[in-house]
Write a protein that binds this ligand. Structure first.
Ligand code: NAD
Length: 256
């Protein structure tokens, strides 16, 4: 059994990815997120799939909590083989009104937490000569959209961070890759639909068709299962030469 830690895995994409790993029955899963039913979610997956799980409510803005989560997981499972930095938040606002605290929270949660966690798992991965770090970036790690200055900065930042760890990890069979999804229907996106409707003064249906999926050639939300399948491939033993990449799964958004 290998052990995977997925941040922000008690909701949305993180939970969807956790399900794909759970189905293989080859991973212990460390769940994390701020949802009040996090422990219940972790217990449910353990029961449904017959695997071992644990749950931590470590806050991505608290480095001590992140280090404790990693240490607790290593104490329980012996090692962390795969780290998925997925927790993230969004805020949509024109730059002149963009709240300072939202900027700092977005950079802290979407980018800096990946630094703390990668650093915390690195030594063990290096010693065991195996490690897979997967960062859930975004199509916004590769291109920008207006009104998302902090998010786009954080996601471009994590793509750069990914490339650097790809290089540093190469001698130790530690790979680091970013997955760059287009729009996935999760609570984060549901909230954006409402926010964008306000900013653009449009109905929510128009926001989905005319703003969100406008830039995707494939006019469909990206299914979370396909992100899980990509993460499984990147986590596999055979994927040692895939590193330092930013892989768009975005319905052709970045082809334009
Ligand atoms: P979500 O809101 O459904 O889930 C986010 C998770 O992060 C939750 O479990 C939440 O508790 C956790 N989280 C937030 N702040 C935290 C904190 N301070 N400490 C610990 N956990 C915290 O969102 P999602 O859509 O599943 O997004 C997951 C990731 O995917 C994010 O990084 C997001 O930027 C990225 N992404 C999402 C989409 C999309 O369309 N949904 C597209 C591209 C990239």
């Amino acid at each position: 059994m290998k052990t995977i830690l997925i941040t922000g895995s008690t909701s949305g994409i993180g939970l969807g990815i956790a399900h794909e790993f759970a189905k293989t029955k080859q991973y212990n899963i460390v769940f994390n997120g701020l949802e009040p039913n996090g422990q219940e979610i972790a217990d449910g997956v353990a029961k449904d799939f017959g695997i071992a799980t644990m749950y931590s409510n470590a806050n991505m803005l608290m480095p001590e909590e992140l280090r404790k989560m990693v240490n607790d997981a290593i104490a329980k499972f012996g090692a962390i083989d795969v780290l998925i930095n997925n927790a993230g938040i969004q805020h949509v606002s024109p730059i002149e009104d963009f709240p300072d605290d939202k900027w700092n929270a977005i950079i802290g949660i979407n980018l800096t937490s990946a630094f703390y966690l990668s650093k915390a798992v690195w030594k063990g991965m290096k010693e065991r000569k195996f490690g897979r770090i997967i960062n859930i970036a975004s199509a916004h790690g590769l291109v920008a959209s207006e009104f998302k200055s902090a998010y786009v900065a954080s996601k471009h930042g994590i793509v750069g961070f990914t490339k650097t760890l790809g290089l540093e990890g190469a001698p130790f069979n530690i790979t680091c890759n970013a997955i760059c999804p287009g729009y996935v229907k999760t609570p984060l996106v549901d909230k954006q639909i409402a926010d964008q409707a306000k900013v653009h003064n449009m109905s929510e249906a128009d926001v989905i068709n005319k703003v969100m999926l406008l830039k995707q050639a494939v006019k469909e939300f990206v299914p979370v299962e396909i992100l899980g399948q990509m993460a499984l491939l990147l986590a596999s033993d055979g994927a040692s030469t895939i590193t330092g990449t930013a892989l768009p799964i975005d319905g052709g958004w970045n082809a334009q």
